[in-house]
Structure formats: structure tokens, C-alpha cells
Ligand binder design. Sequence first.
Ligand code: HEC
Ligand code: HEC
Length: 281
Amino acid sequence: MSFLPAPLTCGAVLLTLAAAPGLADTPVDLEKGRVIFNETAAPNCGICHTLADAGSQGAVGPNLDELKPDAEKIRAAVVSGVGVMPPFEDSLSAAQIDTVVNYVAAVVGNPAATAEEAQATPAAETTEEQDPAQTADVQDAAPTEADAMAESDAGSDALAALTDEDREILAMGDAEAGEKVFRKCKSCHTVEKGGADRVGPRLYGIVGDTVARAEGFKYSRPMSAIEGDWTPAFLAEFLADPRGTIKGTKMGFAGLRKEQDRADVIAYLDAHSDAPLASAE
Ligand code: HEC
Ligand code: HEC
């Protein structure tokens, strides 16, 4: 099974969404959109708006994840301003406005854009930007992932598929030390049984479970496209460098540099499960 199976899932996610109302005839570029949203626009959009993909929590204006404005609405607001939101017509170039409009429309999942994507022609797909580094990264992860792929959720099936690397990581980790490491994750994630989604999805039982499994959580397209499980090895790789491992992920976290910290937090996550892999070893 291919690791990133769908044609629209490559990290850079450049799609032509020309026909949707209000969407400019330029490809959606999530990276550039994020920069304009968070940095270029003056004042930047994030100080006033919450948008999970951009990692912003502004509360002066509406929460864009909840409002889910379509491209037409976003364009009107950005060009002319609305209420205390200033117009950006003079401070952003037309191309920057196109980019930020398409970006917000894409990450809030506005229906017009989604419908367009579903119908994206093969020709449009070939305009996706291939990022060789990303492809290589994902392929590095793939064999482990494929080896460890289990049909069901965490538990004995996944255990049977643990690789030596997975076992080493589990053996190296200390759940108690991992509790401290998890402080870095807490602002965005819960780990208790029955815990809610925050900026990031709930993590109870995540070790060995399916990637992007939290019903109702709005994952980025690159993350939801992954078919596979969070084996200890794949988790370790992701936590070392989230954005390098899954290009386009909306997890706004730089990564854990120390191997021991990664093993410890994985042990801590594994302990928060109905079927910890380590204790079943
Ligand atoms: C100074 C704070 C501020 C900044 C900066 C700001 N906004 Fe807003 N925005 C608001 C407020 C407040 C509203 C609600 C206005 C109202 O309904 O009266 C709003 C409304 C919106 C809406 C909804 C419009 C509608 O018709 O419902 C969108 C979309 C939007 N902003 C996008 C953006 C984008 C994109 C940027 C950056 C280019 C941005 N905003 C920058 C404060 C801001
Ligand atoms: C700033 C917020 C933030 C921080 C800090 C953060 N995460 Fe995340 N995390 C997210 C978001 C958002 C996602 C969803 C990513 C996506 O959809 O691309 C995510 C996804 C994940 C996933 C995938 C879950 C699934 O359902 O597939 C794991 C595992 C994870 N994070 C673990 C961690 C750990 C462990 C830490 C701390 C070392 C951490 N995260 C820190 C926001 C955060």
C-alpha cells in the first residue's frame, strides 16, 4: 500500500481552483498563504482571527475555522475591510490577496473549494509541486510503516507487527519522564481517556492507532491522506521534525530534538491507552 496514496495529497498542495466563486485563478499555496496571514499582512490576520492551520488564536474578529467563510466573502473582507478590520487593498499586492484568500478558503474547507478539488482534472494534478525532500522523507518512513501496518486499532494486532526499532523505542522510554516532556504538548492536546480535541486532536490511545483517527477533528489534508498507524518509530520520526516529516501538517510545533525526550513522551502516550504496547511486550 502506498504511503501517500491519493493524487492530491502531496505536501505542497498546489491545486488549481479556478472556477470556485471568489477564488482567484492561482494555485493554492498553503505555505505562502500562511506567511501572508501571519506575517506579511499589516496588521497580520492572526492577531485578530483564530485559524488553526496558521496556529493563530486572535479573538478580535470571528474564528475563521468556525465561520468557514467562502472565498468571495474572504476576498470582500480583505479588499475592503469590514467593521474594525482594515482594508488590505493598498497594503497587500493583488497576488498576495489572491494567495491569502485561496489559503483561508482552502484551510477552512469552504465547500466551493472542496467541490472543485474533488473534480480536479489530471491536468490540474500535474501542477502540484513535487518536493523531492518530502517524498524521500516519507519513503524513509514507509517501510517501517508498511511493516507495522495493522488492520485494526492499537492492541495485539499492532503488537504483532512491531519492528525491532519500535521495540527499542518502547524499551528506551520512561513514561514518568515523558509526563514532563508532554508539558510542551499540553496547550494543544489532551491525553486522558475521553479527553477533548483542542488545537490538536485528542491523543488517548494514539500509539499504534490509525493516523488521523479523531472523528470530528479537522486534520490538514497531508495528515488525513496518510494511511497507516502511529507506530513508535513513525511517531519518533514525526515528533523529531513534524513539518519535515509531514509537509503541510498544521501541527505548529518545532519538534523534540532529543531522542530520549521522544522515547519518553511516546512511553507516556503509550501508557495512556486501553492497550499499551509496552506492557503487552
Ligand atoms: C485588527 C483586527 C483584524 C485584522 C488584522 C484582520 N481582521 Fe478579519 N475581521 C476582523 C473583525 C472584527 C471582523 C468582523 C467584522 C464585522 O463583522 O463587523 C473580521 C471579519 C473577517 C472575515 C469575515 C467577513 C464576513 O463577511 O463575515 C474574514 C473572512 C476575515 N476577517 C479575514 C481576514 C483576513 C484574511 C485578514 C488578513 C489579511 C484579516 N481578516 C485581518 C478583524 C480583523
Ligand atoms: C501548537 C499546537 C500543538 C503542539 C504544541 C503539539 N501539537 Fe500535536 N498536533 C497539533 C495539530 C494541529 C495536529 C493535527 C495536525 C494536522 O492535521 O496536520 C497535531 C497532531 C498530532 C498527532 C497526530 C494525531 C492523530 O490523530 O493522528 C500526534 C501524535 C501529535 N500531534 C503529538 C504531539 C506531541 C507528542 C506533542 C508534544 C511533544 C505535540 N503533538 C505538540 C498541534 C500541536
